[in-house]
Design a protein around this ligand. Sequence first.
Ligand SMILES: Nc1ncnc2c1ncn2[C@@H]1O[C@H](COP(=O)(O)OP(=O)(O)OP(=O)(O)O)[C@@H](O)[C@H]1O
Length: 264
Amino acid sequence: MLKLDGINKVFNEGTPDEKIALDNINLHLAPGDFVTIIGSNGAGKSTMMNMISGALTPDFGSVEINGNNLTRLPEYKRAVHIGRVFQDPMAGTAPTMTIEENLAIAYSRNTKRSLRFGVDKKRREFFKTSLEKLHLNLENRLSAKVGLLSGGERQALSLLMATFTKPSILLLDEHTAALDPSRAELITKLTKELVEESQLTTLMVTHNMQQALDLGNRLIMMDKGQIILEVGEDRKQDLTIPDLMHEFEQIRGEKMNSDRALLG
Ligand SMILES: Nc1ncnc2c1ncn2[C@@H]1O[C@H](COP(=O)(O)OP(=O)(O)OP(=O)(O)O)[C@@H](O)[C@H]1O
């Protein structure tokens, strides 16, 4: 399904600001895998997501989705395979357009069709049925401007737009981090439901260790550009936050130093 092989990325190579962001990353996902990713600040989590989405190109290594080598394919050409939700609720939707127009754009972007924003009756029904899954009553506000929605509602809409065309890979980049606790909980619950319903292959970066333990069937921990720990389905359900802290200490020989990682 998703194969990252030998991915390396160095920023500002050969300068005093040189930074090895990814150091020989190897990660294979089977269809339907839901992998949560934790790691300290600057561990390389976002850079890895950017390699998959095509926002960045690796110096070495390859990115494969569904058996196709996409390593050099630009981001806009991969969009059909990938759904992504960012931390910022404002990032995934267009505020001056209506809910329906936003959905129409997402629909046409992810379905290999030409850019066509027109909405017929059948499409509108599909949008309404999809919105009902959010339980936010947005299905009755199709002509409301998205800029008028709350942060939580916008993030729920972004999540729906990233998932309703069933992408090959769903990338969630700290997508609950900017929300207050109750909204974060709502989006976490929706994530679980939408991913499970369509059996989406998913990668989710989070600083919330409990969330990383609660969601998904696999977990990876990154540090200094490397994947330092992989936990499979069999072990994940019994794992606790102290276990993760202990694992880090065993591997790195030092205490985990990320206050944000302890939140939640
Ligand atoms: N465009 C860039 N130019 C230079 N350095 C970069 C760039 N993007 C990332 N880096 C550096 O690469 C390293 C990995 O960054 P990345 O954003 O992937 O980490 P992260 O694990 O997502 O961190 P955080 O949890 O703080 O968001 C960091 O040291 C970062 O400063």
